[in-house]
Design a protein around this ligand. Sequence first.
Ligand SMILES: C[S@@+](CC[C@H](N)C(=O)[O-])C[C@H]1O[C@@H](n2cnc3c(N)ncnc32)[C@H](O)[C@@H]1O
Length: 257
Amino acid sequence: MSNSEFWNKRALTFGHTGWANYSIYAFDQLARLKALESILTKLTIESGLALDFGTGSGDFARMLSKTFEKVIAFDTSEEVIAIGKNQSGHILNIQFCTGSSVMDVEISDSSLDLILSVTVLGHLMDDNLLHSHLQFFKNKLTNNGQIIALEYTPPNKIPQSEYQKFLTFSEWQDAFSENGFILDDCYGFYSPTEASCNSYDKYRGYLIVKILRIFQRFEWPRNKLAIVAKKSVNDNDDYFWPNESNDLLKIMVYKKS
Ligand SMILES: C[S@@+](CC[C@H](N)C(=O)[O-])C[C@H]1O[C@@H](n2cnc3c(N)ncnc32)[C@H](O)[C@@H]1O
């Protein structure tokens, strides 16, 4: 199965390309949004043009559209782009686009103030593809522009899966540095399955969540799970923290070197 067939199938099955397990997705996607929204407020970049690379169903593009004049939301899966467009009909400053590569999208050099990649770069399985994307990003970013990448960053090498590369933190830094970037800021991020946090454990421990999880293959429990997850995420911020050496996932903020 090709990369885009894999993601198209997930989009058609789940309505998005995030965690397949909805009770995980409900909390995790919100935690990612909250953490990134908070980190964005600390950046001193212009708020003109942003690219959400591998936008999926567009949650992060919609978040960026509140701050940036225009957001380009690109994904190689045409099925998930159709879902993203459908969910963003009322928002006029997002340009959804799809194709075999973001490098085919017409973007002027030195025009992007921000590039966001939420668990996408780690799916570029070929080293050359990762490097060509980072080169492309370097050309398209303004001099003051930044890239935020949320990725798996295991402290020690773990085997890659069919669709996930699992670069270590130091391998990410090497890849970015070889393409003209330097790490500017960094945060650890929890993992629902392997490096949990108190607020997630508490959410999963609620009786209502335990019951709703049993029926989550149906549509009706999902809104209810989303409400409980929203409260758990909004009332806490323990799902991200200042960079530590052994974070399984990190939110890395790079600037041009
Ligand atoms: C784990 S999902 C993350 C989606 C979205 N960023 C989010 O967090 O909701 C990875 C996404 O990357 C997309 N993708 C995979 N390879 C890509 C590529 N070469 N260029 C752009 N998008 C890609 C997939 O179609 C999928 O939507």
